[in-house]
Design a protein around this ligand. Sequence first.
Ligand code: PGA
Length: 283
Amino acid sequence: MRPGDYRCFIGQAENCGSGTRLATLGRAFTIARPKLARVMRKSLIAANWKCHGSLLMVDDFANALTHHTMADVVVFPPAVFVERFANQALNTVDCGVQDIGVAESGAYTGEVAGEMAREAGAKWVIIGHSERRNDQQESDELIAQKLLAATRAELRPILCVGETQSQREAGDALAVVEQQLLSAVAKLDVSQISIGAVAYEPVWAIGTGLTATPQQAQDMHKGIRELLRQIDERTADETRIIYGGSVKADNAASLFSQPDIDGALVGGASLQLDTFMGIIAAA
Ligand code: PGA
């Protein structure tokens, strides 16, 4: 009998998924877990402004993103602008922070705790962006702790994973991404990742103008979904896996046409309203 199958008893039935108590009375027989209907994942388009922007830009974006679209739209301005964005924006766009600290509070100069970000209006948080992994030496262990802190603060995490150029050339891309993904979710109930997203961002494509081909991106997204499936089928089906790395209005549609690409994390092209809106329109 496999996890998720149902063991039925005369007069009673209970789910025998992992950790579920087995009934002991009656005559038992087993029926297979019902197949999940194909899950429709709503696209997610996220703007990572990095260390760019101003109050004026916050107002421009919040005032322009006022229409419901086919996608969920999230803007990640620098943390000091989050409250202004959240106050200005309609419910057509969410905002989030680009990072959080691990602790809820304490003597951590410069850190912003998840709870503080949420109080300021953030609903989302980016965890493990390659610029933080590389520039701030964030380890897999720290990223796992931040992911836990995000869920504790009830922020939706976008967990970033991705290989460097040399790792890809060595044929290690999937192994690198697997290690990043599995170590990040190790402290969580994996289903919690489905309230956020996983962003596949090959480091060689970020800010370089080089974009993974739709097929390269699809292959990795499919690999990520298969990894999630080995842990939990429903999480694999429900989690949005978005692509990041030089996404532009003119390459977005071909990326989004792939079955496992559920949106984009956009850096440079999210700083101009018209190009960002072009990407939203492609979703
Ligand atoms: P890019 O950045 O779109 O400028 O390549 C993406 C990212 O860093 O999330």
